[in-house]
Design a protein around this ligand. Sequence first.
Ligand code: ZN
Length: 217
Amino acid sequence: MPSRPAEKTVPSATRSGYISAMAKLYFNYSTMNAGKSTVLLQASHNYRENNMDTYLLTAAIDDRAGQGRIASRIGIGAEADMFVSDDDLFARVVARLAQGPLAAIFVDEAQFLSPKQVWQLARVVDDLRVPVLCYGLRVDFQGNLFPGSATLLALADEMREVRTICHCGKKATMVIRQDETGRTITEGEQVQIGGNETYVSLCRRHWREATGDNPDV
Ligand SMILES: [Zn+2]
């Protein structure tokens, strides 16, 4: 009995310029120093190695958008456009697509996206059919979701955890902010720019210990 040819879904060519049957919005989340930028750069490199172009975005550390760079702690990096919170990222992607096709869009520091920008990226996926891969922190040093991450957790089609470990060997899911003397800071703005503080990733038990159980949060 002749076998039926396998049914093929024939995706339509889209505005992305590549044939993309199922673009998705991805949220790859982690705590600090888990190597998420390294994972992002490797994934982007895999596309480019196959002659597929990618568009890289990262948060501006101040109010000026422009040319930036995504760098990883292991020494690799790539040029990236920067965004500030009132940029229309859907319009940015449309403008970028006018210059040539894109296989995927990568967003680093995605915790700094505004909720509105996450919706714009969801429209990029749904209406322009370009996959968008966001990489960012889940919670801040006080254990609260970043607004961008909260919206990504709500809207993402797929989520993956980029894992790292606490000094005790358990998975680290939390982060503490320390001052220059190594003392844990439990109060302050969610985003601190230009300070001397450092961040340490811990499991929840050691985070509670370091923050004095943070009973007021
Ligand atoms: Zn621990």
